[in-house]
Design a protein around this ligand. Structure first.
Ligand SMILES: [Zn+2]
Length: 496
């Protein structure tokens, strides 16, 4: 029975329409077609979707149904609704933060640097002292200007969770994502233990190669420089970027140019985002894959990552319910994004697609970067569980943030990003699950189609079968249904 005055079918139709308008607006703005990002008006037009009343109605319906598929759809819808409610109730702080981040500047003594470009400036800065000065200035901006707003948003989100009857924000997201966050944190803790020795073995030689200090002496402001790896730039030329994607997909049996639902946007425009992105107004009918090619390892990794999202959404079964086409567990789409991203670190791929004579330096740098990133996210999950699990201990959190990140990375970690470095709604857990799932996809592909599975059209066909499922099943269910077994992040320790 439906609660009085609530039309679920209409809610679903409007929710889909909202997603469509929002995605298209992001595409138009970030691709440089349109100077302003006008999402306020879109949210205003759909304000009825994101109310406490709608939350209550969806929960009643979910509690009242005995049909498993319907309950799953309602959980995905409830998650969508809750994020919208939190967004609506923290909109003032978000707008103010976005405004400040876009306009604030710091001056390291040689002229102003926009706040948002500090990590890029650090990545391109060979002078260690100036990287350090930029870091101090950023911490100051966070402490004085941005953290009060981040904190107000966080406290409001925590209050909302309690108002809806959850014990904490962590409990809310465990239920909405259908994920045992504590169990995942247990796996990531085991991963940290298991890679303690491997970590310096892989990372220190790469740091040395780039003239950076070793772990234990390295500072956080040196990390962008490490990830940037300028010495590898010549292997990853801007001119070959799109062709390498096109030919990679072709070998998997996917003709990018023949896919009329993927709009490949490679034209330069003055205000186009420097980073590749994928936008999905209609799944699977209208997907944008956008890039302003500038070359370098990161550019290749970003395009292949976004192409993984684009192919997943473009191959999603159009007959699936809205919730299964575009809501659900984002660990699934992230796993396909990581799978394609990983190709640009495969020795054979580097030799065949980019004609790299000696791929070993690029492969070693990628392994080291990957382990650092996995350890960072493992520590972030442990921290976010404390931050969102025990709101009464908020005062201790800057110190806990620094302790946990410092221990995992062996880099003294500044405290002031304790709020800015938090992914909303435990999205960090999606990435962690996705890394674990991607490793399982890769192992299955290797076993069935050989080391160079990415040269095989049959492997592509297998992948298309997975993509077809959209996000009806979550990461663990999709794995169990296809390859079999359980998802275990700790197993990644043997697959770095
Ligand atoms: Zn992604």
């Amino acid at each position: 029975m439906q609660p009085l005055g609530f039309d679920l079918d209409e809610y679903r139709r409007r929710a889909e329409r909202f997603c469509e308008e929002l995605s298209r607006e992001y595409y138009l703005h970030l691709a440089g077609h349109k100077p302003d990002l006008e999402i306020e008006a879109i949210y205003r037009g759909y304000a009825d979707l994101f109310t406490r009343d709608a939350m209550g109605r969806l929960r009643e319906l979910a509690a009242g149904t005995t049909d498993g598929e319907e309950r799953r759809r309602l959980r995905y819808l409830l998650h969508f609704c809750f994020e919208g409610v939190v967004g609506a109730e923290t909109r003032r702080e978000s707008a103010e933060l976005a405004g400040l981040e876009a306009t604030l500047e710091v001056d390291p003594g040689d002229g102003p640097v926009p706040y948002r470009t500090i990590p890029i400036e650090q990545a391109n800065e060979a002078d260690a002292e100036r990287r350090g000065v930029l870091e101090e200035l950023r911490e100051q901006v966070l402490a004085e200007r941005l953290n009060p707003l981040h904190r107000a948003s966080l406290e409001r989100a925590h209050d909302l969770c309690r108002a809806f009857g959850w014990a904490s924000y962590a409990d809310a997201y465990a239920e909405l994502r259908g994920l045992d966050l504590e169990a995942l944190a247990h796996q990531t803790a085991r991963f940290l233990d298991a890679t303690e020795d491997l970590y310096p073995e892989l990372v220190d030689p790469q740091l040395e190669r780039r003239g950076l200090l070793s772990l234990g002496e390295l500072r956080r402001c040196d990390l962008p420089r490490f990830f940037r790896a300028t010495d590898l730039d010549s292997l990853f030329e801007a001119g070959g970027l799109i062709d390498s994607l096109r030919s990679t997909l072709a070998r998997l049996g996917v003709g990018l140019d023949g896919q009329d639902n993927i709009h490949l946007d490679t034209e330069p425009r003055p205000t186009k985002s420097a980073r590749a992105f994928c936008s999905t107004p209609r799944v699977p009918a209208e997907v944008y894959l956008v890039i302003a090619p500038h070359g370098g390892r990161d550019d290749y990794a970003a395009l292949f990552h976004e192409a993984g999202h684009a192919e997943h959404y473009a191959h999603t079964d159009p007959r699936l319910a809205f919730e299964f086409r575009r809501l659900g567990d984002n660990s699934v789409t992230e796993s396909f994004a990581f799978l394609l991203e990983h190709l640009v670190t495969e020795p054979t791929w580097l030799r065949e697609r980019l004609a790299v004579e000696d791929p070993l330096p690029a492969v070693a740098q990628a392994r080291a970067s990957r382990l650092l990133l996995l350890r960072r996210y493992a520590a972030k999950l442990a921290y976010e569980l404390e931050l969102h699990g025990s709101p009464s201990r908020l005062e201790e959190m800057p110190a806990r943030y620094s302790e946990l990140l410092t221990a995992a990375l062996r880099v003294p970690w500044p405290r002031d990003s304790w709020l800015a470095d938090v992914d909303e709604g435990f999205y960090a857990a999606c990435y962690l699950q996705a890394w674990a799932l991607e490793a399982r996809w890769r192992a299955a592909l290797r076993e069935a189609y050989g080391e160079d599975w990415f040269e095989s059209a049959a492997a592509g066909e297998w992948l298309r079968g997975l993509w077809h499922e959209g996000q009806r099943l979550d990461a663990g269910e999709l794995l169990a249904d296809t390859v079999g077994g359980e998802l275990d992040f700790a197993a990644l320790a043997g697959a770095i």
